[in-house]
Design a protein around this ligand. Structure first.
Ligand SMILES: NC(=O)c1ccc[n+]([C@@H]2O[C@H](COP(=O)([O-])OP(=O)(O)OC[C@H]3O[C@@H](n4cnc5c(N)ncnc54)[C@H](OP(=O)(O)O)[C@@H]3O)[C@@H](O)[C@H]2O)c1
Length: 290
């Protein structure tokens, strides 16, 4: 039997690109389905097909023809994102894909307080209803973003109170997904991809302050402050998505530490301290003289 062909979306992005590179290292046959082939990574064993977006049924079907497995990276936040995902799922089924691995979000539920996460639940439901085998690795908040939550004045702002978050590096997310895609027995499974510990934003601020020698603090915004400080930066639904990510931290939805990254990859996920020590440049905006 021919080797399985794994279609990888989002390969011009961080998680999809890292998954594609790990699959190439593992000698897998892949097809990178990208919007702009000029930005696709050049990788051993990888062919590249263009589709202008998840919402283009015909281009997605043509790009997925002959693939056995699809790794579907969620699209950029959009009001019609679930519809776009649904079109991509239908196209995958029409193309003969037998297994969809969808990068979802921890706590995916129809009424998640983190409003954007409701779209992940809806997408999971579409995939479950499609009849193909599925696996849902679910991300926690990306740890890579924590340093960039610090504003130019050294303050992290958000209505998170003293809630804790088991944030995870995108490199660990990618490693776990690559493991799912290159081994057997993951159909019908959900994996919670978290870091090795949960911390409050005040603790993260304290750590970043210690590491830079600059004052970094956490300001627990009221909801009114949170909406006002972000007003006009995006449509209302997206601003609510940002603010409600802090509510998810506040309410403990992102606090549980899961063993799944370790179980899938055989190594412990990276901690915030290890990440910052390995790459202090991510705090350059904190250390820069005003
Ligand atoms: N856990 C978290 O904290 C968190 C935070 C932010 C986002 N996310 C979600 O996690 C996903 C993956 O993260 P990442 O860091 O790898 O994102 P990223 O670097 O921005 O990459 C996103 C990839 O998805 C592709 N894409 C976006 N919208 C698409 C669409 N409608 N149709 C087809 N392809 C589309 C992009 O293609 P182009 O290069 O052509 O744009 C890119 O390759 C994001 O897309 C987002 O949904 C999670």
């Amino acid at each position: 039997m021919a080797e399985d062909l794994i279609a990888v979306t989002g390969a011009t992005g961080v998680v999809g690109g890292a998954v594609a590179a790990l699959l190439a290292d593992a000698g897998a046959s892949t097809r990178l389905v990208v919007r702009d082939p000029g930005r696709a990574p050049e990788l051993e064993g990888a062919e590249v097909r263009r589709a202008s977006g998840y919402g283009d049924a015909e281009e997605m079907r043509a790009a997925l023809e002959g693939a056995d497995t699809l790794f579907l990276v969620p699209g950029r936040e959009a009001a019609d994102r679930v519809q776009q995902h649904g079109t991509a799922v239908d196209a995958a089924v029409a193309a003969g894909v037998r297994h969809i691995v969808y990068l979802s979000a921890i706590g995916a539920a129809p009424d998640s307080i983190w409003t954007l996460v409701r779209q992940h639940w809806q997408t999971e439901e579409l995939i479950r209803a499609s009849g193909v085998a599925w696996t849902f690795p679910r991300f926690n908040l990306y740890m890579d973003f924590i340093p960039f939550m610090v504003a130019a004045d050294g303050v992290i702002r958000g209505p998170a109170r003293d809630g804790r978050v088991a944030a995870v590096m995108r490199s660990d997310v990618a490693a776990a997904i690559a493991a799912v895609l290159t081994s057997e027995g993951h159909e019908g499974r959900i994996y919670d991809l978290t870091g090795p510990e949960a911390f409050s934003l005040a603790e993260a601020a304290e750590l970043m302050s210690r590491m830079t020698g600059k004052p970094v603090s956490f300001h627990d915004e009221t909801d009114e402050e949170a909406f006002a400080s972000r007003a006009g930066q995006a449509p209302d639904w997206e601003v609510e998505g940002w603010v409600s990510s802090y509510w998810a931290i506040r309410d403990g939805l992102l606090a549980d530490v899961s063993p799944h990254v370790h179980q899938l990859t055989g190594r412990s996920p990276v901690s915030l301290a290890d990440y910052l020590e390995a790459d202090p440049s991510v705090l350059d905006h904190v250390t820069a003289e005003g």
